[in-house]
Design a protein around this ligand. Structure first.
Ligand code: NAD
Length: 501
């Protein structure tokens, strides 16, 4: 039985207690595949709730930072074990609130499992450096200190994976947490934190404040007792977060939008490239930050690729993600559907040609959800808005090019820099692409999506601000270096000045 079926009214989690929003307001979480289904009711919080949550996290930090990291890790190991057992329930809840097919929501929960195990392992590592001192009888090393209370703001497209990418490294480093989940998918954060509580997480170490961005997210970022902020979402909101953190020099980690590309060279395995473009472009209904919303194809194979790509996409089954036959679920909400439809009109007006899809999908019982046909535009000029702006829906722009250099120029000539891919059997081209693509992630002979949690994740330019999620890179954000010198010579030794033994 899914957890949401047990209790459909949810609360904030503050200092170890489930509590209503101080002002008593709530919002609804509805299934995007069938909006008549109410998934849950959640508190709509304001700065008063944020203040209480930060106060609890600040108090909990006093003890949590002193708990040895291997002990903190034991809680994470237990959480990972419970997640494994409840994976199916968590995935079903997620499909109901977010819409993506069950196979994908299972993958989302699996990512949380992987991250939880990985960061639990870091509890016995958290490596610093021990280096020789330039002076005799002196010891030099660096250790990692936690930052304090970390404020987290997450999007709806990876409702459990992304909160886990932030919460687990933060905890293992000794920080405490206040998280404001996306208002479209609060249930998956609830489920994740519920498991941490069952695993023995002390009171106040993780707190959830639900609600809208401006009401509950904004006061979290600016709260003086929040030492650092980790944000994933759109570039527009990321800019607001960045500016809000700037006056107090608050470290802030931003993971934002993308306009990712698959390059198909004339020597590519076309069958493989078509499969990659279908999965990269239409997995999660194109709502992944790494979605391949552009496919650039060498002119020599353009027609053959496009024919095969369009035929394959027309055969995709649109529907409820809980139905095992579904390939493409709904988009997240009405606003997102309107955005997709707006961009389809923009593409047509710009002179691009629709070769698959192009409409809202309503027939066959889909009219009560936010469905859109998987859509392909051909004849796209790389300067068109549909080739430059993040649509975040099932729309792919196919662009033709005539040389390797031109493909790299097209790839790099956007304001984002998250993920890029090249299909080629030429090793020289593959290595040149790995060197010249200006993105945080590059794939060879695989689509732009499918990151693994043990390596850094993030992007350049308008996608990020230099930090990375996942892998040991995440530890770098959630900890601060402290350098320690221990002089056991019993005399004053001046660095750079006293050299004699
Ligand atoms: P969004 O920016 O609308 O919302 C993200 C979060 O910010 C939500 O929790 C929202 O409530 C909150 N928020 C909104 N306004 C706020 C404000 N003024 N102050 C504080 N918080 C505020 O993004 P979204 O629609 O939820 O997610 C889609 C976007 O996320 C896409 O652009 C996608 O590319 C990006 N994304 C990026 C990555 C990555 O790792 N680079 C991963 C997933 C999604």
């Amino acid at each position: 039985m899914s957890t949401s079926a047990v209790s459909r009214i949810h609360k904030n989690f503050i200092n170890g207690d489930w509590v209503e929003a101080r002002q008593g307001r709530t919002f609804e979480n509805r299934n995007p595949a069938d909006t008549s289904e109410l998934v849950g009711i959640f508190p709509s919080s304001t700065h008063e709730d944020v203040n209480a949550a930060v106060e609890a996290a600040k108090a909990a930090f006093v003890k949590w930072r002193l708990m040895p990291a291997p002990r903190r890790a034991e809680i994470l190991y237990r959480a990972a074990e419970i997640l494994v057992k409840r994976k199916e329930d968590m995935a079903r809840d997620m499909t109901r609130e977010m819409g993506k097919p069950l196979s994908e929501t299972r993958g989302d929960v699996q990512e949380a499992i992987d991250m939880t195990y990985y960061m639990a392992g870091e509890g016995r590592r958290l490596f610093g450096q021990t280096v020789p001192s330039e002076l005799p009888n002196k010891f030099a090393m660096s250790v990692r200190d936690p930052l304090g209370v970390v404020g987290m703001i997450t999007p709806w497209n990876f409702p459990m994976a992304i909160p886990s990418w932030k919460i687990m490294p933060a905890l293992i480093c000794g920080n405490t947490v206040v998280i404001k989940p996306a208002e479209d998918t609060p249930l998956s954060t609830y489920n994740l934190v519920q498991i941490l509580i069952e695993s023995g997480l002390p009171r106040g170490v993780v707190n959830i404040v639900n609600g809208m961005g401006p009401d509950a997210g904004a006061p979290l970022i600016t709260h003086p007792d929040v030492s650092a902020v980790s944000f994933t979402g759109s570039t527009e909101t990321g800019r607001i977060v960045n500016q809000a953190c700037a006056p107090s020099f608050k470290p802030c980690h931003l993971e934002m939008g993308g306009k990712n590309i698959i390059i198909v060279m004339d020597d590519a395995n076309l069958e493989l490239a078509v499969e990659g473009a279908v999965w990269g472009g239409f997995g999660t209904s194109g709502q992944r930050c790494t979605a391949a919303s552009r496919v650039a194809v060498h002119a020599k194979v353009h027609k053959e690729f496009l024919d095969r790509f369009a035929a394959r996409v027309k055969s995709l089954k649109i529907g409820d993600g809980l139905d095992p036959g579904t390939d493409v679920g709904p988009v997240i909400n009405e606003t997102q559907l309107e955005t997709v439809m707006k961009y389809v009109e923009i593409g047509k007006n710009e002179g691009a040609k629709i070769v698959a899809g192009g409409h809202r999908a309503e027939s066959g019982g889909l009219s009560s959800g936010w469905f859109h046909e998987p859509t392909i535009f051909s004849g796209v000029d790389p300067r068109m808005r549909i080739a430059q702006e993040e649509i975040f829906g099932p729309v792919v722009a196919v662009i033709s090019f005539s040389s390797f250099d031109e493909s790299i120029e097209i790839a790099n000539n956007v304001k984002y820099g998250l993920s890029a891919s090249i299909y080629t059997r030429n090793a020289n081209q593959a290595f040149r692409a790995m060197r010249d693509l200006q993105t945080g992630i590059v794939y060879v002979n695989a689509p732009t999506i499918g990151a693994e949690i043990q390596l850094p994740f993030g992007g350049t330019k308008g996608t990020g601000n230099g930090h990375r999620e996942a892998g040991t890179a995440a530890i770098d954000f959630y900890s601060e270096w402290k350098t320690l010198y221990i002089d056991y010579s019993d005399r004053l030794q001046r660095a750079q000045i006293d050299a004699e033994l």
